[in-house]
Design a protein around this ligand. Structure first.
Ligand code: SAM
Length: 343
């Protein structure tokens, strides 16, 4: 999944069918630019290649759900799969087929379908999908993937990724705090107070250095992609951290990691190799002092998982005595509700 900034700093990614009417039309899965960004992410793409080559056997039928350029389908074909099925709802899939044929991959069947319209005449042994969004949830692909798994994965079939996990860190970087408070500092001697609080309550996409966060990080939860059911798809992720020293923190940050298959891990945090996913920044409206004596509970919750909708989040930190929380959706609605015309 890749970033196209919408109203908030965090990207929107889509090929939602009706995206021709969207101002972000150019930045959709119909556009080579988006696929190029994903392909240029070698950390991501090589991890998938390794996992596919470890997992796929000559007797396997492999389904690539959301195939984009067909890269994962071609990896599966190259790994020797008996048959590969590549599915995407974007008309870009015609180009994917052209690329596959150009490269001599004749055993890939392409389906221009989404998870609802797809009809297959067989169960598959492996489903591979690169469905993860920023901080895991910034793309409404999890439910469609689970629906596809439930319809088409054979008993004891294999999911790639096998497991995904959400993590959070505590941002202590003073420069970042200065950046968040820029509008509150009366730049150009102008009072920006009607909007100066907004950057402190809005997610953003950032590339953080390991030094920008405290060493201790929280594991907020994991999804077992073979077992999780559509109905227990969790919406609230919480975890605890005990920090080793007293610090002032200005934001939380979130990222995911994935175990694609046994021994093949893909990490997207500040301590991992950079990927196009970056990290999501969850600012705190006021600094929060943490110290070694108190256990902290961090909660991050994706509030929307609807195709074509901007993703909003809820986040909070508490040490049992003090709690700071933000509901980004409320904040955004306030700004959005304005009739057009002279004010
Ligand atoms: C993050 S891209 C991954 C593309 C490619 N697999 C890769 O690794 O480069 C996700 C793809 O899934 C497709 N997609 C998203 N939701 C889908 C759905 N419900 N049914 C079919 N395709 C979907 C998008 O059009 C997009 O091409």
């Amino acid at each position: 999944m890749i970033d196209i900034s919408g109203n908030s700093g965090v990207g929107m990614s889509s090929d939602k069918g009706s995206d021709q009417n969207s101002p972000n039309y150019r930045m959709s899965y119909r556009d080579v630019a988006m696929h190029k960004v994903m392909l240029q992410d070698v950390v991501r793409t090589e991890a998938y290649e390794k996992s596919i080559s470890d997992v796929v056997r000559p007797e396997h039928t492999v389904l690539d759900f959301g195939c984009g350029t067909g890269i994962l389908a071609m990896f599966a074909a190259r790994a020797g799969a008996k048959r590969v099925i590549a599915v995407d709802r974007s008309p870009f899939i015609k180009t994917a087929q052209e690329i596959a044929l150009k490269n001599g991959f004749e055993n890939i069947d392409f389906y221009h379908d989404d998870h609802q319209s797809l009809q297959l005449d067989e169960q598959v042994d492996v489903i591979v999908s690169e469905w993860m969004g920023h901080c895991l949830f910034y793309e409404a692909m999890l439910e469609p993937l689970l629906a596809t798994r439930d319809r088409f994965l054979a008993q004891d079939g294999i999911m790639i990724p096998a497991q995904v996990s959400l993590h959070a860190g505590l941002v202590c970087d003073e420069d970042l705090s200065d950046d968040l408070s820029f509008l509150a500092e009366r730049p150009y001697d102008i009072d920006f107070s009607p909007i100066s609080h907004v950057p402190l309550q809005q997610t953003d996409l950032v590339t953080l250095d390991p030094e920008s966060i405290l060493k201790d990080t929280a594991h907020l939860g994991s999804l077992d992609m073979h077992r999780i059911s559509k109905s227990d798809n969790p919406r609230v992720f919480s975890g605890t951290i005990k920090t080793s020293k007293k610090s002032r923190i200005f934001a939380l940050c979130g990222w995911f990691s994935a175990e694609l298959s046994p021994g093949v891990r893909l990490g997207t945090g500040p301590n991992d190799l950079p990927t196009h996913w970056d990290q999501v920044l969850f600012p705190l409206p006021e600094p929060f002092t943490v110290d070694a004596a108190r256990e902290l509970t961090i909660t991050i919750s994706p509030l929307t998982e609807q195709v074509g909708k901007e993703q909003f989040w809820y986040w909070s930190i508490t040490d049992g005595e003090k709690t700071v929380s933000v509901n980004e959706q409320q904040q955004q609605q306030e700004l959005a509700e304005l009739p057009s015309g002279k004010l």
